[in-house]
Design a protein around this ligand. Structure first.
Ligand SMILES: [Zn+2]
Length: 109
């Protein structure tokens, strides 16, 4: 048996059997999560793929898994990258203006 094909085969999140490409049921649950220090909170997603509507209903009837921790630090890192990129772009634009002004002065003289 080809194990690579097994890795790519979707499996029911309730019973674990292989789910055919044309016979699966997808379920997604969104729920708000309070995050200390964030007024807008966080939305957590949970869900899975199932072999039948019955197994999706059995999964949904159980308590949902605990929400994944919010990636607040990741967003802060993106903010710093955006700020640094903007600063570099402004410095480059300023140097280009100085260079253009120097060329204009050199041509005029
Ligand atoms: Zn199933």
């Amino acid at each position: 048996m080809d194990t690579r094909e097994d890795d790519e085969t979707a499996r029911c999140d309730w019973c674990g059997i292989a789910v055919p490409d044309d016979g699966w049921v997808g379920l997604e649950v969104q729920r708000p999560v309070d995050v200390p220090g964030r007024e807008d909170g966080w939305v957590d997603y949970a869900g899975g793929f199932f072999c039948s509507q019955e197994h999706a209903a059995l999964w949904l009837a159980k308590p949902l898994p605990p929400p994944e921790p919010p990636t607040v630090l990741k967003e802060e890192r993106v903010d710093w990258i955006l700020l640094a990129t903007t600063a570099v772009a402004l410095v480059a634009a300023g140097l280009a203006c100085v260079g253009l002004w120097t060329i204009v002065q050199w041509v005029v003289r």
